[in-house]
Design a protein around this ligand. Structure first.
Ligand SMILES: [Zn+2]
Ligand SMILES: [Zn+2]
Length: 276
């Protein structure tokens, strides 16, 4: 009689990545549904080689939740700030509270801040005011800025150009601008973060930009639970899926996955000062 030995998953090392080390530079682990079980989300990401996730808190309550998750997991770091959708909540009192949260040792950047003229969930004047105030707060804190721009690239970049320089650097997250916008961001010394939309069939514009970005300015992100890459469109996104975005970026730039992982992980480490 032969006894078949069942592989015991419990005895596998926790980190058994099949891919090179990747960083998800922008996700929302504190939002539904990811916050329901952040432990398994983080474990699934680690299993495919994700060595760090930056989770981004978008208002006071959300930022506190993001920090709670960053505190629980060594590989999770946070950014905090009033998202343009929540600009209406940003006043001197709440900004002071956000500044206190930003002092937490796991907060590695300030944001996401910016302008969203697509959804306009906060009035435009409040978005503009919150953006200006938070840019100067981030500069005073010496933190890199995480910028969200949607249907507002020209206005947003103009405000950044007026507020420059940014010695701690910054990133335009979930980049959706054109070539000229990308160049303006690079001229500001910023990084450009590529989301899962680079895998979408129609997105030749973004792929064209990805092809020409300098090695030292490119980051990868999921923006989970939003914007899942192919083949997960229609589902909730999560950090483990960043591998698909990385593969597409490697293909577009005609380099290996290892090379893309190496440059984007180095860039994320450097920009956010990640101790990984
Ligand atoms: Zn965003
Ligand atoms: Zn986001």
């Amino acid at each position: 009689m032969t006894t078949s030995v069942k592989p015991d998953r419990d005895h596998l090392p926790f980190h058994e990545p099949t891919n090179p080390a990747l960083v998800d530079s922008h996700a929302h682990l504190e939002l539904e549904p990811l916050c329901d079980n952040p432990g398994s989300v983080v474990a699934r990401a680690a299993a495919v080689g994700v060595v760090a996730v930056v989770t981004v808190g978008i208002d006071l309550e959300d930022a506190q939740r993001a920090l709670g998750i960053a505190d629980r997991f060594e590989s999770v770091f946070a950014c905090v700030g009033f998202h343009p959708h929540n600009a209406k909540d940003c006043d001197s009192g709440t900004l002071e509270a956000m500044q206190r949260l930003a002092g937490h040792p796991k907060v590695k950047g300030y944001g996401e801040i910016g302008l969203d003229f697509f959804r306009n969930r906060s009035p435009r004047d409040r978005q503009l005011a919150a953006f200006v105030d938070q840019l100067s707060l981030a500069q005073a804190l010496g933190k890199p800025v995480v910028i969200h721009l949607r249907d507002a690239y020209d206005e947003g970049l103009r405000m950044l150009e007026r507020a420059a320089p940014f010695p701690a650097g910054g990133v335009i997250h979930c980049f959706s601008g054109d070539r000229d916008d990308a160049q303006r961001a690079l001229d500001l010394g910023f990084h450009i973060s590529i989301p899962g939309t680079v895998t979408y069939k129609k997105n030749d514009l973004l792929r064209g930009i990805v092809r020409t970005l300098p090695d030292d300015r490119i980051l990868l992100e999921t923006d989970a639970p939003f914007l899942p890459p192919e083949p997960f469109r229609g589902k909730d996104n999560e950090p483990a899926y960043i591998v698909h975005t990385a593969r597409k970026v490697a293909e577009v730039r005609q380099v290996s996955l290892e090379r893309i992982a190496q440059i984007t992980t180095t860039n994320a480490k450097k920009l956010f000062g990640l101790p990984i």
